[in-house]
Design a protein around this ligand. Sequence first.
Ligand code: SAM
Length: 234
Amino acid sequence: ASEIGQDDKEEVRDYFTNTGFGRWNKIYSDDDSVNAVQKDIREGHAKTVETILSWVDEDGDAQGQTFCDAGCGVGSLAIPLASRGAVVTASDISPTMAAEAQRRAAEELPASSAALTTFQTSDLCDLSGFYDTVACVDVMIHYPQEDVNEMISALSALAKRRLIVSFAPKTLAYSLLKKVGEFFPGPSKATRAYLHAESDVVAALEAEGWTIKRRGSTASKFYFSNVLEAVREA
Ligand code: SAM
């Protein structure tokens, strides 16, 4: 089990189980009652997911491959992966998120694809198993760099050949934006947001023996995320 960052984890789990669940469940949907900030975040996040799916599609290798989606939220990545024939194990530290992902998978996927998915509640640092690909999307933003290093190490132990992680890049402009407190939508800024230097994330991946193969970046007014695909060199 993880030693550090327990306070951060408790806070993040409570947020995404309660207040944050409703807010993010709505952002990650097509409910048109979202405000302009939430809509911007929805569209930015959709681009990050599309980037990852475009890599998977370019490689043409989802069918029959095992994927672990750690911090799966409502299943925005897990569900399209399963629809491509991947065997998906998705988990989230928030039980309400994991349950919503499972509900959506049952609703949106044909029974044959839904049968390829498993959803569970778990801190990503406590996961076990060994998967062709491990993905962890827009989760690192909730943790400081030392926790991110530990998370990358935990995720690396689960990943056979590919690890996909996204994070909010630390740039001057975004550091200022975060300072003005515009980062989280709605009146309650209930979670802290941490930005990470890409060089720190790459260093953590390289320390675990990964090589960066592809990079993507999405930036809009209120959403910014860089995504890295790391592979093990044969
Ligand atoms: N990956 C999803 C996506 O891109 O649609 C969800 C992103 S959402 C911003 C962050 C998610 O990470 C939340 O559902 C939260 O509960 C989950 N999370 C935060 N810390 C976690 C941890 N230590 N282990 C597993 N999930 C975690």
